[in-house]
Design a protein around this ligand. Structure first.
Ligand code: SAM
Ligand code: SF4
Length: 346
């Protein structure tokens, strides 16, 4: 990993990152691109025949602009970053960008969320660039079903990528979107995977995001229902301090033969974690978004490209944090949120 460089503003005001509800926003999710090499039906449904509207390259923030913004937020006190998308690994030059991020003093952790398709060829480079923790999305272990969900016959490639990452020593979390009638007959197999491998398997409640999303009440499963299914396999015991592990509630699953693994449940709908949410999002369109499930966004890109000073950029970031909504009401009113998941970054 490259030597740490001095941050452009290391002095920060302790209250810069505190929102109106006393939450400290210490974690930035960066969507590097809205493009993807898969077409998961729940995220980028492509069956309208009109083709998906993608951002043009010039609509994305350049790596230079992104580094500028990350330096500013780290100077304000943020210390954790997640790279996401779309598929972050399809953006050209991503390794060099990650190496530059790794050199930012004060940025303690850079994580990556990926669909795994390019991991086989890129995992070693990611490790060299400073990434140690990967979230890999995988909703099925059946090749035919993988093709039905993602539109592409690439299960084996993803699996090989996961194996490569494991051999390199990455800390791996597998993200499984739980969908009734789609992959609910595989939850037990996924939990077994957590027992037999050093992966934490996390079941995510299916969210109604995007106007074209395939979400409907019939396909939604709550974390409570998921815990009942997994609890039938063995003893499910909450791990202490599990709220520290992002939004997941993490449990140890102990089987009758004494073997155990870690499984997590992410419940954005049934038991939302808004009261402890510490996230800010920078979408691939260069807008700041304080909540995944609220469409309000602030146009950071325009400000940047008008030549705004760092102080003006900080001020917009600060205001976005102050405006972060208290929470969402999807549990009471599961109307679709119109944002596009691949642009926002999940
Ligand atoms: N392409 C990368 C991937 O799939 O891991 C990163 C971007 S993807 C938008 C980030 C995460 O959002 C993935 O784990 C994906 O499964 C999840 N996701 C996308 N749409 C979702 C939905 N409607 N409900 C729940 N999770 C969703
Ligand atoms: Fe691509 Fe990830 Fe969305 Fe699937 S969930 S279409 S892999 S961005």
């Amino acid at each position: 990993m490259a030597a740490k460089l001095m941050n452009i503003q290391t002095q920060h005001n302790a209250t810069d990152l505190v929102d109106s509800f006393s939450r400290t926003i210490s974690y930035l999710r960066l969507s590097l691109t809205d493009r993807c090499n898969l077409r998961c039906r729940y995220c980028m449904p492509d069956d309208k025949g009109e083709g998906l509207q993608m951002l043009r390259h010039e609509d994305l923030l350049s790596y230079e602009e992104l580094l500028h913004v990350v330096n500013i937020v780290v100077g304000m006190g943020m210390n954790k970053l997640r790279l996401t998308g779309g598929e972050p690994l399809v953006r050209k030059g991503v390794m060099g960008f990650i190496s530059s991020l790794s050199a930012i003093e004060g940025l303690e952790e850079i994580r990556l969320t990926t669909n795994g398709v390019l991991l086989g060829e890129k995992a070693a480079g990611l490790y060299d660039a400073g990434i140690r923790k990967l979230n890999i999305s995988l909703d099925t272990m059946r090749p035919e079903r993988f093709k039905a969900i993602t539109g592409v016959d690439l299960f084996h490639k993803v699996w090989q990528g996961i194996e490569t990452a494991r051999e390199l020593g990455f800390d791996i979390k597998l993200n499984v979107v739980a969908m009734k009638g789609v992959n609910d007959d595989e939850f037990v197999d996924f939990a077994k995977l957590a027992v037999e491998n050093p992966f934490q398997v996390r079941f995510i409640e299916f969210m109604p995001v995007g106007n074209d999303s395939t979400w409907d009440k019939g396909s939604y499963l709550s974390s409570k229902e998921l815990r009942e299914i997994i609890g039938g396999m063995g003893e499910l015991e909450p791990l202490p301090g599990c709220r520290m592990d992002g939004p997941a509630r993490v449990y140890s699953l102990r089987m009758e033969n004494g073997n155990s693994g870690k499984v997590g449940f992410i419940s954005p709908i049934s038991h939302h974690f808004c009261d402890t949410c510490n996230r800010l999002r920078l979408t691939s369109a260069g807008t700041l978004r304080a909540c995944l499930l609220h469409d309000r966004e602030a146009d950071l890109k325009s400000l940047l490209r008008q030549g705004a000073s760092d102080e003006e950029l900080r001020s917009l970031i600060r205001q976005t944090i102050l405006d972060k909504p208290k929470g969402h009401t999807l549990a009471d009113d599961p109307a679709h949120c119109s944002g596009q998941m691949s642009r926002i970054g999940g």
